[in-house]
Design a protein around this ligand. Sequence first.
Ligand SMILES: Nc1nc2c(ncn2[C@@H]2O[C@H](COP(=O)(O)OP(=O)(O)OP(=O)(O)O)[C@@H](O)[C@H]2O)c(=O)[nH]1
Ligand SMILES: [Mg+2]
Length: 312
Amino acid sequence: LPLNILSSAVNNQSPDFVSGVAALVGRPSSGKSSLVNALCGAKVSIVSPVPQTTRNAIRGIVSDSRGQIVLLDTPGYHLSEKSINLHMRSLVDGTVSEADALLYLIDSSRMPGDEEEAIARLLAERALPTVVVATKCDLPSRIDAASFCAEHGLTPRAIVETRGLDDPETADRGASGVAAVVDAVLAILPEGPPWYPEEFYTDQDPTFRIAEIVRERAILRTRDEVPHAIYVEVADIEETEREYRARVFLYVERESQKGILVGRGASVVSAIRTESQRILGELFPKPVRLSLQVKVRPKWRHNEALLKKLIR
Ligand SMILES: Nc1nc2c(ncn2[C@@H]2O[C@H](COP(=O)(O)OP(=O)(O)OP(=O)(O)O)[C@@H](O)[C@H]2O)c(=O)[nH]1
Ligand SMILES: [Mg+2]
């Protein structure tokens, strides 16, 4: 299967080549995963309008002649005492500790609230080299990132605006602000060799990518509490000469949610399957054939052992 980590490095680097980890931090739905995908020029991290879509620290890789940025997408920083949110928040804290630089995303279309204040406090304490990204500048502005940072004792090395990244595939790297984000991050990373071959844009294993694409499609087809109640497990993958075949379970917490996810005459789960296969077909070198089954696992979001496995 593709996309395993290789140890060989890019050789044609300049003497002042930089490399390092840049972690993306921001409240839920601030546009972190959309920015990672735009930076990498590929679908690395799943995106939806539902807050708390990302549950893991997802790596995307950006390389050019000046350096290599290892991006770490993180779950939105959400103030809630539910155990799943505690797990996600501690993942963000851990990710920030590993980073050489931070990308702090401030959604310019939303009023800052307690959550934004809490993130600003956290980042001010860490004092890592930071690029602030004011996202969604195509929408009416409700916050001025520069004065917000000044009020909260943050001294970013740069403030960059991004726009139009709800459609990262068509976004122009210049006009959308994506190229400026790359320039700003390369300017603050330490000198060092590349960690991945130049052509790599992620290090996720195929099993995780399949699970995430299926979860994205399931989130986009459901509403209210259902998206949050879904987790996906790939039971097994088989590779034949022509295709990959994966058996996938979608778990929800209640019978009623299962009914919604399956849909009348299995219409919803069939649509999830078709869409996932189409997207995975573009990501993998061969077609991916899925068999999906919806199952109920009561209160999985309170299962500490499972959360430890899922959120990392
Ligand atoms: N108008 C507009 N919408 C955007 C932009 N960037 C992202 N969005 C939308 O914002 C929503 C959330 O985007 P995500 O990239 O999933 O946000 P996130 O920060 O990763 O969210 P979590 O993983 O839930 O924390 C999606 O509906 C995106 O399409 C932008 O530049 N402009
Ligand atoms: Mg995300």
